[in-house]
Design a protein around this ligand. Structure first.
Ligand SMILES: Cc1cc2nc3c(=O)[nH]c(=O)nc-3n(C[C@H](O)[C@H](O)[C@H](O)COP(=O)(O)O)c2cc1C
Length: 308
């Protein structure tokens, strides 16, 4: 066996053992099934699906997407069929994916998170829940991860309903992300995902209008990577649970930056749109890079960035 073939990429989140740390970010990978023509999705460490809410949602008025230099802006607004239809029609298909499925849920209020957690915990084929406490495109969506007390309550409510790993997905749109993460862990979070999109606005000055239908939107893609890296580092120093880094990750080199900063796993988001094979190519590039640092496992390199 070559050195790179023996590199251990495994990762544990709560009781969940993942074969590797590469997953896909909610809302950028559909149901995962759409990517099966491109590669064997089962090779990924995990797949996180688009946010589900208790009731069906139409989403926001168009335009919902626009390109900006180095990234994308969106104000999609969580369109989804609602939990009942999702469990009946979509979940059976997700069970065929092969990769561990993480269901991403968002409540209209704190109680909803608990209701959704209970519903999905009762189903086969759900490996973990990611709590979307940070959607900038719905009213009140950001509130769950801008106030530590609210964040603690959201996670604790879901925790009371399930033993599944709970991943709290936090917002970068705060002065300090650390107290929010600490509160989420106190509430029972098994891991932290960071970051969701950064709020912003694109302007069509000739028409005196914002480009996005809702006015403001969330920025994603390569241009947000430096913000995400800093927040992952801050989280690494503040909490003891695994951190899943998100933000502009496309290549194995991007992922390595996040691992050294302190991420135990990563999620590929916007890159799925412009390079559908990005997540798999990234995964294939990891063993060689980890071995080049003289390590034989992912665990050995996490957080080893030498800060000044
Ligand atoms: C079009 C689009 C839709 C998204 N929808 C969701 C969503 O439903 N739930 C969620 O938690 N995050 C959602 N996100 C945020 C991503 O999961 C991710 O946190 C963010 O885009 C940053 O990663 P990236 O720069 O790799 O895209 C969405 C992002 C985009 C671009």
């Amino acid at each position: 066996m070559t050195q790179t073939e023996t590199v251990d990429l495994s990762l544990r989140i709560g009781d969940l053992e993942l074969q590797n740390p590469v997953g896909t970010a909610s809302g950028t990978y559909g149901k995962g099934l759409e990517f099966q023509p491109f590669y064997e999705v089962a090779r990924l460490g995990f797949v996180i699906v688009k946010t589900i809410t208790t009731e069906p949602r139409e989403g926001n008025p168009p335009p919902r997407l626009c390109e900006i230099p180095g990234g994308l802006m969106n104000s999609i607004g969580l369109p989804n069929p609602g939990v009942d239809a999702y469990i009946e029609t979509v979940l059976p298909k997700l069970r065929t994916l092969g990769a561990p499925v993480v269901i991403n849920i968002a409540g209209h209020d704190i109680k909803d998170f608990a209701i959704l957690a209970a519903r999905f915990a009762a189903e086969e084929g759900v490996s973990a829940l990611e709590l979307n406490m940070s959607c900038p495109n719905v009213s009140g969506g950001l509130d769950y991860s801008t106030n530590p007390d609210v964040a603690r309550e959201v996670v604790a409510g879901a925790r009371a309903e399930t033993d599944l790993p709970l991943i709290a997905k936090l917002s970068p749109n705060v002065t300090d992300i650390r107290p929010v993460a600490q509160a989420a862990v106190e509430g029972g979070a098994s891991a932290i995902s960071a970051i969701n999109t950064i709020v912003g606005m694109a302007v069509d000055w000739r028409n005196r209008r914002p480009i996005l239908g809702r006015g403001y939107g969330g920025i994603s893609g390569p241009c947000i990577k430096p913000v995400a890296l800093r927040m992952v580092r801050m989280l690494y120093e503040a909490v003891d649970v695994p951190i899943l880094g998100i933000g502009g990750i496309e290549t194995a080199d991007d992922a390595m930056e996040f691992f050294l900063a302190g991420a135990s796993g990563i999620q590929v988001g916007t890159a799925n749109y412009y390079r559908p094979t990005a997540a798999l190519e990234l995964l294939e590039g990891l063993p060689e890079r980890i071995a080049s640092l003289g390590a034989s496992s992912l665990q050995e390199i996490i957080g080893t960035l030498q800060m000044p």
